[in-house]
Ligand binder design. Sequence first.
Ligand SMILES: *Cc1c(COP(=O)(O)O)cnc(C)c1O
Length: 379
Amino acid sequence: MSNRIWLSSPHMGGNELKYIHEAFSNNWVAPLGPNVNGFEGDLERYLGAGCYVSALSSGTAALHLALLMLGVEAGDDVFCQSMTFAASANPIAYLGARPVFIDSEPDTWNLCPDALREALQAFAAKGRLPKAVIVVHLYGMPAKMKEITEICAEYGVPLIEDAAEALGSAYKGQKCGTFGDMAVLSFNGNKIITTSGGGALVTRNSEYKSKSIFYATQARDNAPHYEHSHIGYNYRLSNVSAGIGRGQMEVLQDRVNGRRRNHQFYTELFKDAAGITVFTEPDADFFSNHWLSVILIDEEKTGFSREDLRNSFFNMEIESRPLWKPMHMQPVFKDAAYYGGTVAEDLFRIGLCLPSGSNLQEHEKQRISETVNKKLNRN
Ligand SMILES: *Cc1c(COP(=O)(O)O)cnc(C)c1O
């Protein structure tokens, strides 16, 4: 355990304990309090004018409430990028709605505007547009937001940004998490900053913020006794967790820089390695936080497969992981509709995520380099 190099582990900044200590000394050890408000304020300032943030217990909970507030009900359709983590799609099922999965394009690996348009045309022709479209900025890479927001606006379908992996990323200078009608962030332990477990809903509308907090705190109506006219949830972030978040927000830029340095390290390491491509921004419009550094392996040129390399890393106690398996290939979603080609499938087959923590040490990079150099028969 002590010697293992992880894909992405928590990286504390130093002041987290100060905020937790404040919570304890004032007995704010509850799902409300000054750290919750402070953390929301930090995120609102960071994301910029017009953003309203509610701190929740997870990114998954945030997505659930986003869909709920957009009126998604049983039997509705929701479009979702196929190449993503299951948490992007599961909340669709929580509501009894049907996910329709959409392929990626090869530049950003995110939602393909052409496949999205094709699916919207097909559903419009049936007279049943989806209730929402979920786009993901996978591994921190911004999706093609200009095209995607335009298509969604054209059809009048709300757009939800799953920015769980993309806090600190930007597209054409605008921060990820600020494009959609709603966006979700995650502060799970493996994300760019963490609250040990937590998430947030970002909206452009203060009413959505209060409504999400209402749902997240058991939907209690305004009365001296407990009065309920809606089904509620227990989804609020605790004041202790939010204290970790406040400390982490102080070092967010540093964490982005650290992850981007890792990407630079891998770009150097695989330079001139025939058959290996390091996933990189397509052009200057895209700024990735490089939450995870990822490579593609063309077995015909390298002479080894993605799994060969993963096993070599594993034997050196280095964690790596295949790309997220597309949702339309998952047994649990085998009955869902799918639009697009084989971009996501092809990426999944040959892609590998590499150790990317902002706390990756020099000696760990050395072990990674040695493993790679041996594999590539460099001396
Ligand atoms: C982590 C993640 C989520 C879920 O966030 P949690 O806080 O773990 O619930 C959703 N979508 C994507 C793409 C993620 O990586």
